[in-house]
Design a protein around this ligand. Structure first.
Ligand code: GTP
Ligand code: MG
Length: 203
């Protein structure tokens, strides 16, 4: 489904991001959760997005053009470096600028490590997305680190936690960048959304 994937640009300023009106899909989550690795897995390119074992690798907004038709956007993690206390709910300023200003964003994927219980900062970020009315799905990462039963248990516990504050739980995907688990499911979701966007634009 992905024929071409090209790095277009890195930016710290949302106003300098590509001017195209193509739909885009952003990956967000704590540092080290596996955002950049997931982009490489989805596009089947080993080194398209830069990854590292140390948190804080991605520092800028990175646009990757897919099939010359839509963008994947790799963002810096939250909950790590350069967090200003005054920034809205602990998220770096240009992350919030991106989400609040980028009209082209059609869907965000909030990544969480499948091994851990729901973390406050992720729940706060999802709440923030809800407040801003930004559609999002959850992506559980690093599924290769757990056995199937544990995956099931952790996902169920996460959804239970969400139901304490949300009426409905968001759509979610279980993925592994090392084994490509979840690849088709995530790409299908993007395809489906692109088709909906096209249908809207025709009207
Ligand atoms: P920042 O750019 O710092 O915010 O991190 P990131 O979310 O982009 O994480 P990145 O993709 O750089 O991955 C962080 C570490 O987790 C690297 O050592 C990856 O190899 C590892 N990792 C990412 N995804 C997976 C996965 O699905 N399975 C396993 N086992 N390791 C993974
Ligand atoms: Mg990264």
């Amino acid at each position: 489904m992905i024929k071409t994937a090209e790095f277009i640009m890195s930016n710290s300023d949302v106003s300098k991001c590509p001017k195209d009106t193509l739909p885009e899909y952003a990956f967000i989550g704590r540092s080290n959760v596996g955002k950049s690795s997931l982009i490489n897995m989805l596009t089947d390119h080993k080194n398209l997005a830069k990854t590292s074992g140390r948190p804080g690798k991605t520092q800028l907004i990175n646009h990757f053009l897919i099939n010359k038709n839509w963008f994947l956007v790799d963002l810096p993690g939250y909950g790590y470096a350069r967090v200003s206390k005054s920034s809205k709910k602990k998220f770096q300023r240009f992350i919030t600028d991106y989400f609040e200003e980028r009209q082209q964003l059609v869907l965000a994927f909030v990544l969480v490590d499948i091994r851990h219980e729901a973390q406050k900062i992720d729940l706060e970020f999802m709440e923030y997305m809800g407040e801003k009315g930004i559609p999002f799905c959850i992506i559980f990462t690093k599924a290769d680190k757990l056995k199937p039963k544990a995956i099931e248990r952790n996902v169920a516990a996460y959804m239970q936690e969400l139901l304490l504050t949300w009426e409905e739980t968001p759509k979610y995907f279980v993925t592994s960048s090392s084994s490509a688990v979840g690849r088709d499911e995530v790409l299908n979701e993007i395809d489906k959304t692109n088709q909906q966007m096209n249908a809207l634009n025709k009207n």
